[in-house]
Design a protein around this ligand. Structure first.
Ligand SMILES: *Cc1c(COP(=O)(O)O)cnc(C)c1O
Length: 369
């Protein structure tokens, strides 16, 4: 194989990205005003079958903006899966509130709906679900618990653009949801994020918050402390071009996961995140657990790197990190501990060739023998 390095997830720009970015430069609309912002927001709202989409600087501030929209503040508790990217939990801390951690289900690796009720208190305001690695959360039981206890549900869909739960796109099931367009996500804007909701009042409040809190009726009048969380027109231009080609990007992620799935049969000791019959995963990155026939996961990652294949270890669960380990001492999270220790993300860039996938599979399977 040629001069090879296989990245874990690199973006592909095979549409109007360059043309639209050139247009931003030529027209001088490079900052956070300009036509691509509205086009991208409107396009993304349609894409999620939702009423409002608000662009912002990245997926982390999208989470913060959503929680501020929901008026989460000091003393409040928000239920968050322990097995997630750190931004999900940190965004709750930004509001002065406490993320209360919950273990994962063994089969989807997502927040376990049966373990929510035991941590609900009078301070609990809502549930943040995360569609981990692009596999949708089993939303029905979670919406049911939320209804029963008067809680809102928000979706961190940073990895799950276009994923479907029982035929409905994620991002429009909870009261509010957030996306990331970081360089390795299903579609990218470089850095960027989006908040999606059907709620008019929430959308208006968040639009004000992300633009320094300026009164929409009265220029340069700031009745609240706001933020500059805006996306640039250049980022939106890239995003619009990526969105136009969304079906291609989504199809590639699924093609890659299916190819890996065919190669990792039972005897290999490699298990792909299973796709439930009610789910259509975005397969942000094909994600696998290694059985006991494999050496330690970090050793496998090192060996793969020596073969010029970039992989990633799964997230450390939140309950082992310094900021959140108090909860780890008080309660146990056996499923997340297991997944986190034995899991890795495999190369999943949209333009990965069949030969490259086979090379990754051959190299990995050999390490388990
Ligand atoms: C990527 C990601 C984020 C944060 O997005 P950024 O754009 O990198 O700030 C949040 N949550 C999850 C689950 C993510 O994967």
């Amino acid at each position: 194989m040629k001069d090879l390095f296989i990245p874990v997830a690199a973006p592909v720009f095979n549409g109007n990205e360059k043309k639209y970015v050139d247009d931003c430069i030529d027209s001088t609309w490079v900052s956070s005003a300009g036509k691509y912002i509205k086009q991208f927001e409107d396009g993304f709202a349609d894409f999620c079958h939702a009423k409002h989409a608000l662009s912002c600087s990245n997926g982390t501030v999208a989470l913060h903006l959503a929680l501020m929209g929901l008026e989460v503040g000091p003393g409040d508790e928000v239920i968050v899966p322990t097995f997630t990217y750190v931004a999900s939990a940190n965004s709750v801390m930004y509001c002065g509130a406490t993320p209360v951690l919950v273990d994962s289900e063994p089969d989807t690796w997502n927040l376990d709906p049966t373990k929510i009720e035991e941590v609900i208190t009078t301070r609990t305001k809502g549930i943040m679900v995360v569609h981990v690695f692009g596999h949708p959360v089993d939303m029905d039981p979670i919406m049911e618990v939320a209804r029963k206890h008067g809680l809102w549900v928000m979706e961190d869909a940073a990895e799950a653009h276009g994923a479907e739960y029982k035929g409905q796109r994620v991002g429009s099931i909870g009261l509010i949801s957030t996306f990331s367009f970081f360089g390795n996500k299903v579609i990218t804007t470089g850095e960027g994020g989006m908040v999606v909701t059907n709620d008019d009042a929430l959308a208006a409040r968040m639009r004000q918050l992300k633009g320094q809190g300026m009164d929409p009726q009265r220029r340069y009048w700031f009745p609240m402390i706001g933020y500059n969380y805006r996306m640039t027109n250049i980022e939106a231009a890239i995003g619009l071009a990526q969105l136009e080609n969304f079906d291609w990007h989504f199809a590639q992620r699924r093609r890659i996961a299916e190819h890996y799935g065919r190669r990792f049969d039972k005897g290999t000791g490699v298990t792909i995140q299973p796709e439930k019959p009610w789910a259509r995963s975005s397969y942000w990155m094909t994600s696998v657990l290694l059985d006991d026939n494999f050496p330690a996961r970090d050793f496998v990652i090192q060996k793969m790197a020596e073969a010029k294949i970039e992989t990633r270890p799964f997230f450390y669960p939140m309950h082992v990190l310094p900021m959140y380990c108090e909860q780890g001492k008080q309660r146990s999270f056996p499923v997340a501990d297991h997944i986190s220790a034995r899991g890795m993300n495999l190369p999943s860039s949209g333009n990965l060739t069949a030969e490259e996938i086979d090379y990754v599979c051959d190299t990995l399977i050999q390490l388990g023998k």
